[in-house]
Design a protein around this ligand. Structure first.
Ligand code: GLN
Length: 544
């Protein structure tokens, strides 16, 4: 195919309209028609990447194979498309400025005044086109974070305006996502906020080609006509995006509304193939018609904000569908777990996941949780910090090293069973300096991990500074907690498990980043299966 086509997705009226899901759904439909599609997110904040952000700010930090710490929308892109994203798929204002300022210091603009226009906008335009110029994609969808009219989004909007002009009609279009609110006092859906946001976009010289209208109620024909006329779009380009019970319904909703057809028409691309969504719909069918149910506890300290554990929650949806099991995830705040409350909070669960995290807040609750599930033989999956807590718990309660800890929590602990790698000790910068991205791991023969993956060598994504301390490995293994996954190059322990427990696995990496609709993650699939088995055995034991 000739030139790559570009779709810009902007948002109006308010944030949290689900631009990421609309972008991912449109991409899914285009992919299902045979196009090669990727999605990129531009974020207007000044952090160079979201790695330094607290999860309460924008939710989880998602990590790609190439070690980019990114916005959680990239997780949706990968889960929907089953395609890898990379550094190039997420760009922030901080990154743009960093790169322009570095160029200025190198003298690349020597003699010139460096300004937002053209230097910042040129840098943005370049970043938008990197993926397109790679020759890998027919279509690049670029989601502009924030809401039109925001001061901080202006350079992005101006860059989009310039690109639309440079690329020409039919090569680049704008999909504008807005809100059509329902005023219950008037009993009516209101179009005015949408008219205003389209107008704001026009003030920046951009005309929306397609309107996607978030709404809680069906848009009538009259209302669609009105939106088309006053927002200057074709009638078929007014797309309703009604609240869905699951985000995985949205591609079908968009198909029903013809979002893919109108997009292809505007881009002058053939639409002869009907989207092949057979596998997608088979997943949806299993997801919506489970035969069994399990309740899994998610023990973490950012549980007030569900987005903090987005990829984990989605992985349970994929793994649940695979097993035809509804997975009810009960979030449990680790700060409120102690010996007095533990039984009440954990004993009814069919499985427990101890979450990733940073810092010492809530870690004792996580350690108490691991002890409870280890002793009561409840299926357990520990991820990153969760795995580290499993090692600490084992050292304290089985080896009797009462003060065992991670040096992240107690720098001078007498038993640093979790410690910084040598290479990390010199590092003082916090941004982008953890062990990040995909690393190889070799799984020991006859281990649970090996049977779960069905492979001897795996690649999983990491995001942490601290590691299992090799000095304690022999002692810990001899007492029964086995290191069954190792980094083949460094020997670092990546997986631990307890062979005399029905299902107890801790992983230093983040399996949740790799679970997709098309490829549910084997660890989550096996964990849900183990929870179901545990539940069924518990039930028959109480009945007996
Ligand atoms: N805080 C731990 C570390 O840096 C674990 C990180 C995580 O759970 N992602 O090693």
């Amino acid at each position: 195919m000739a030139e790559t086509k570009y779709i810009f997705v902007t948002g109006g009226v308010t944030s949290s309209l689900g631009k990421g899901i609309i972008a991912a759904s449109l991409a899914k439909l285009l992919q299902a028609r045979g196009y090669k599609v990727t999605i990129q997110k531009l974020d207007p904040y000044i952090n160079v990447d979201p790695g330094t952000l607290n999860p309460y700010e924008h939710g989880e930090c998602y990590v790609t194979d190439d070690g980019a710490e990114t916005d959680l929308d990239l997780g949706h892109y990968e889960r929907f498309l089953n395609e890898k994203t990379s550094q190039a798929n997420n760009v922030t204002t901080g990154r743009i400025y960093q790169s322009v300022i570095e160029k200025e210091r190198r003298g690349e603009f020597l003699g010139k005044t460096v300004q937002v226009i053209p230097h910042i906008t040129n840098e943005i335009k370049e970043r938008i086109q990197i993926l397109g110029k790679s020759g890998e994609y027919d279509i690049v969808i670029t989601e502009i974070g924030g809401t039109v009219g925001d001061i901080e989004s202006l350079p992005y909007i101006e860059s989009v305006r310039q690109l639309l002009w440079e690329l020409g009609d039919n090569n680049a279009i704008v999909v504008h996502l807005t809100l059509v609110p329902f005023l219950s006092a008037a009993g009516e859906l209101k179009t005015k906020p949408t008219q205003h946001s389209v107008k704001t976009l026009m003030e920046s010289g951009i005309k929306a080609d397609i309107l996607v209208c978030r709404t809680e109620h069906e848009l009538s024909d009259d209302l669609r006509e009105k939106l088309a006329l006053f927002c200057n779009v074709r009638r078929e380009a007014v797309i309703q995006s009604i609240d869905a019970s699951t985000i995985y319904d949205v591609p079908n909703f968009m198909l029903g509304e013809g979002l893919d057809t109108v997009t292809l028409k505007k881009l002058n691309l053939p639409d002869e193939h009907h989207p092949d969504l057979e596998k997608w719909n088979a997943f949806l069918d299993r997801h919506k018609n489970p035969k069994h149910e399990v309740t899994i506890g998610l023990v973490g300290k950012y549980v007030e904000l569900q987005d903090s554990y987005k990829s984990i929650l989605e992985s349970f949806i994929h793994a649940g569908a695979e097993n035809e099991v509804r997975v009810n995830v009960e979030t449990i705040h680790s700060e409120y777990i102690d010996e007095a409350t533990i039984k009440n909070k954990i004993s009814h669960l069919d499985g427990v996941l101890v979450a990733p995290g940073f810092g010492e807040r809530g870690i004792e609750g996580k350690i108490d949780t691991v002890r409870y599930v280890r002793e009561n033989k409840i299926p357990f999956l520990g991820i990153c910090l969760g795995m580290q807590m499993a090692v600490i718990e084992f050292a304290r309660n089985v080896l009797g090293l009462k003060e065992a800890n991670s040096t992240e929590m107690v720098r001078d602990t007498p038993h640093p069973v979790i410690d910084l790698m040598e290479a990390q000790k010199e590092i003082t910068d916090k941004g982008g300096t953890m062990r990040l991205g995909a690393w190889k791991c070799t799984l020991k023969e006859h281990s649970l991990a090996r049977s779960v993956y069905g492979e001897a060598t795996i690649m999983e994504r990491h995001r942490h500074r601290y590691e299992f301390n090799d000095r304690y490995k022999e002692q810990i293994e001899a007492a029964g907690l086995k290191a069954t996954g190792l980094n083949p190059d460094t020997g670092l322990v990546e997986v631990v498990e307890l062979p005399d427990h029905p299902w107890f696995v801790g992983v230093q990496y983040h399996p949740e980043y790799k679970s997709t609709v098309a490829n549910p993650h084997p660890l989550f699939v096996a964990f849900v299966k183990a929870a179901l088995k545990y539940k069924q055995e518990e039930k028959s034991a109480t009945l007996a």
